[in-house]
Design a protein around this ligand. Structure first.
Ligand SMILES: [Zn+2]
Length: 205
């Protein structure tokens, strides 16, 4: 695929197809977890002018258009727009923190609500299936995560990282179907009270 930094009809069509295909896969995953509203609204900001036209302009085919944008400008405006509006990205959950006594802790990662942790899992699995096609393996999401882990641990709340690792490992071991069912019934709905907390704890030891 040639690098074209102008908006072309091909870029527009291909980018539209890519984000729509991804959204449908995430929607399917989210529905399996019982997250209907999140499934329907996942990544909708990708169709907003701020994100869509850059995505089409820097369309690459084999990698994210954001990567190309970073190459050119040192950062991706599209990504900054995206992560500021989509709660399923842990990068969204970064804020300043001041204690009750007014002590300033600077920029800190905050806990991510469980329903967004679940959507993040749905997103990562869908991205791996999309990129890897017939080569897809249930450990792909885990392996991808291992590469970003080094930097992520300072910017992501420990609680979020623990849950993310717990579920990515479960997907590797048991596959998506079993994990999505577990997320829906045990993690989100709290069936077998205390079970996932206990199993998470055990996985950390
Ligand atoms: Zn997203």
């Amino acid at each position: 695929m040639k690098n074209t930094d102008r908006i072309t009809l091909k870029g527009v069509i291909m980018h539209f197809k890519t984000i729509t295909r991804h959204r449908h896969l995430v929607m399917k995953n989210c529905f399996k977890m019982g997250l209907y509203f999140q499934g329907l609204t996942h990544d909708l900001s990708k169709y907003s002018p701020s994100e869509f036209w850059n995505g089409a302009r820097y369309y690459q085919g084999t990698r994210s258009p954001n990567t190309r944008e970073r190459e050119l400008f040192g950062y991706s405006r599209t990504w900054l727009h995206h992560k500021g509006r989509n709660k399923h990205h842990f990068e969204y959950w970064i804020d300043f923190y001041k204690m009750g006594d007014g002590e300033n802790h600077g920029i800190v990662p905050c806990r991510m609500p469980d329903k967004y942790v679940a959507e993040m899992i749905a997103d990562r699995v869908a991205a791996c299936i999309n990129y890897r096609g017939s080569e897809y393996d249930s450990w792909d999401s885990w392996n991808y995560y291992q590469k970003e882990k080094v930097v992520s641990k300072y910017l992501v709340h420990k609680d979020t990282l623990n849950k993310l690792e717990f579920f990515l490992k479960m997907i590797g071991e048991q596959g998506e179907a079993a994990t999505f069912k577990y997320i829906r019934e045990i993690f989100l709905k709290g069936k077998d009270k205390g079970r996932w907390e206990r199993e998470l704890e055990e996985s950390l030891n």
